[in-house]
Design a protein around this ligand. Structure first.
Ligand SMILES: C[S@@+](CC[C@H](N)C(=O)[O-])C[C@H]1O[C@@H](n2cnc3c(N)ncnc32)[C@H](O)[C@@H]1O
Length: 394
C-alpha cells in the first residue's frame, strides 16, 4: 500500500476521502460563522460528533481489524468477564440495581458483561446504554440480538441520563473521547490553541486563553507547585467534570467504573510531555496530526486521573480504587476465569493467552490503561482493588 510521504499514513479510499471532504467543508463553515477560528475543543467536537458527519456518528468501521483502533473489550472476552465480577459485587449490595454503560461502541462489552452475569446468576434489573452515536446504537442492538438474544430485552437505549440510577455505571474509553482544549504556556501567560483556515487548509492558531482555560492551567500549576515551562503544550478536558457531576447527581447508591488510558497529574504535565497527550488513530497507526484525515480518524486524549479524582470528590463521590489494567484484572478474577484453561482446545488456549498478554503486559494495555472506581453509599470496595490500589499516587 502506498503511504502518504508527509504523514506516513495509508491513503484513505475514495469513499472515505469524499466523506472527509464533507466533514472538512462543514467545519470550515463553522469557522467562518465563528469569525475565523474555533477552539480546538470545538474542532474535536465537530470532527468526532457533527450530526450525520462526525467520526463516531457516521458509519465508519472504527473498532477492530477493519477499523482504526482496538479497545479492551474487542481484544478479549476476559476484560468484560472480569468487569462483570466487579459489577456483581456492587449489584449484590444494591436493591434491584441496574447497569448503565456510556459509549458502548460495538456493543461487545455489554454482550460479555451480560453473558458473564447470567452465568454468575447476578443479572441486573436492566442494562441501560447511553450512546451519542445513532449509528453505533444500531450496531449495538444488532450485536446484542445476535449474541445474547435471551438477554436483549433487558437492554434499553436511553437518550439522556435518568434522574435516578441505582447500581453500576461503566465508561470504557469514553473520557478520552470527550473534546479537549489545547494550550501553550509562554513566558508571560497562557495561549489557547485554536483552529483556523488558511488557503483552504486547517491550521493551528494561538490566541489569548479564555478565563476558563487560564483558570484550569493556573489550578494545574498550583497543584504541581511550579509553572509549566515556556513552550509547553498540553490539554485539559473541560467536559469531564460536568459529565461526572451529572452522573454523580443521578447515582444515589452504587459505583462507577471508569476505564481509560491515563496517568496522574504529575505524569500528565511532566516536563518531558511538552506536546501533550492528544493522539490520532487511522487504520491502526497512531500519530499526532489532528488536522489531517478530518472526520475519518479518531481523536483521543489520555486522561488526567487526578482531575477525575478531584471532580469525583467535588461531586460527593468517594474514590474506592485506582489501578493499572493488569492489576485490576489479576485482582478482579482473571485467574478464576482461566481456571478451566488447560481443558480448552490448544488453539483456544493459544488465542486466549495472546489476548491476556495484550490486556496485561506493561508495554501493551497493562500499565497505561487504568481503572478508577468511585462510589456513593454502602457498596463494598470492589475486590479488584483490595491488594492493588494506587489512588495515593494521584
Ligand atoms: C473510544 S469509543 C469506546 C467504545 C467502547 N466503550 C469500547 O471500549 O469499545 C468512545 C465511545 O464513546 C461514545 N461517546 C462519546 N461521548 C459520549 C457521551 N458524552 N455520552 C455517551 N457516549 C459517548 C462514542 O460514540 C463511542 O461509542
Amino acid at each position: 500500500m502506498q503511504h502518504d510521504k508527509e504523514t506516513g499514513l495509508p491513503p484513505p479510499d475514495a469513499d472515505s476521502t469524499h466523506h472527509s471532504q464533507r466533514v472538512a467543508a462543514h467545519i470550515r463553515e463553522q469557522i467562518t460563522a465563528a469569525g475565523g477560528s474555533i477552539s480546538f475543543a470545538e474542532f474535536m467536537q465537530h470532527a468526532l460528533y457533527a450530526p450525520g458527519l462526525g467520526y463516531y456518528v457516521a458509519g465508519a468501521a472504527k473498532f477492530g481489524a477493519d477499523g482504526d483502533f482496538i479497545t479492551a473489550p474487542e481484544v478479549s472476552v476476559m476484560f468484560g468477564r472480569v468487569l462483570a465480577r466487579q459489577c456483581a459485587e456492587v449489584l449484590a449490595a444494591t436493591d434491584s440495581g441496574s447497569i448503565l454503560e456510556f459509549g458502548a461502541g460495538s456493543g461487545k462489552l455489554a454482550v460479555d458483561v451480560l453473558g458473564a452475569l447470567q452465568e454468575l446468576d447476578a443479572l441486573p434489573a436492566h442494562y441501560d446504554i447511553i450512546e451519542v452515536s445513532a449509528d453505533l446504537a444500531q450496531r449495538q442492538q444488532a450485536l446484542l440480538r445476535e449474541r445474547v438474544p435471551q438477554l436483549a430485552s433487558r437492554v434499553r437505549w436511553l437518550s439522556e441520563l435518568p434522574r435516578r440510577h441505582v447500581g453500576v455505571v461503566i465508561a470504557n474509553e469514553v473520557l478520552d473521547a470527550l473534546p479537549v482544549e489545547r494550550f501553550l504556556r509562554t513566558e508571560t501567560g497562557v495561549r489557547q490553541l485554536r483552529v483556523t483556515v488558511d488557503d483552504g487548509e486547517f491550521r493551528m492558531q494561538e490566541s489569548d486563553a479564555p478565563t476558563h482555560l487560564l483558570a484550569a492551567v493556573e489550578r494545574i500549576e498550583a497543584d504541581l507547585g511550579e509553572r509549566l515551562a515556556p513552550g509547553f503544550v498540553s490539554e485539559v478536558s473541560p467536559a469531564m467534570s460536568g459529565w461526572l457531576n451529572d452522573v454523580a447527581a443521578a447515582l444515589p447508591h452504587g459505583a462507577i467504573f471508569l476505564l481509560d488510558y491515563g496517568v496522574s497529574r504529575r505524569e500528565y504535565y511532566a516536563a518531558e510531555r511538552d506536546n501533550g497527550w492528544l493522539r490520532c488513530h487511522f487504520r491502526h497507526r497512531a500519530h499526532g496530526d489532528p488536522l489531517t484525515h478530518v472526520g475519518i480518524q479518531d481523536l483521543t486524549s489520555w486522561v488526567d486521573f487526578t482531575a477525575v479524582a478531584d471532580a469525583a470528590v467535588a461531586s460527593g463521590l468517594e474514590i474506592v480504587g485506582y489501578a493499572p489494567q493488569a492489576q485490576f484484572l489479576l485482582g478482579g478474577g482473571l485467574e478464576l476465569e482461566l481456571k478451566e484453561f488447560t481443558s480448552l482446545p490448544t488453539k483456544t488456549q493459544i488465542e486466549l493467552s495472546g489476548q491476556v498478554k495484550i490486556l496485561t503486559l506493561p508495554d501493551e494495555m497493562g500499565e497505561n490503561f487504568k481503572c478508577m472506581a468511585l462510589r456513593r453509599g454502602t457498596v463494598p470496595v470492589p475486590s479488584a482493588f483490595r491488594h492493588a490500589d494506587r489512588a495515593h499516587t494521584l
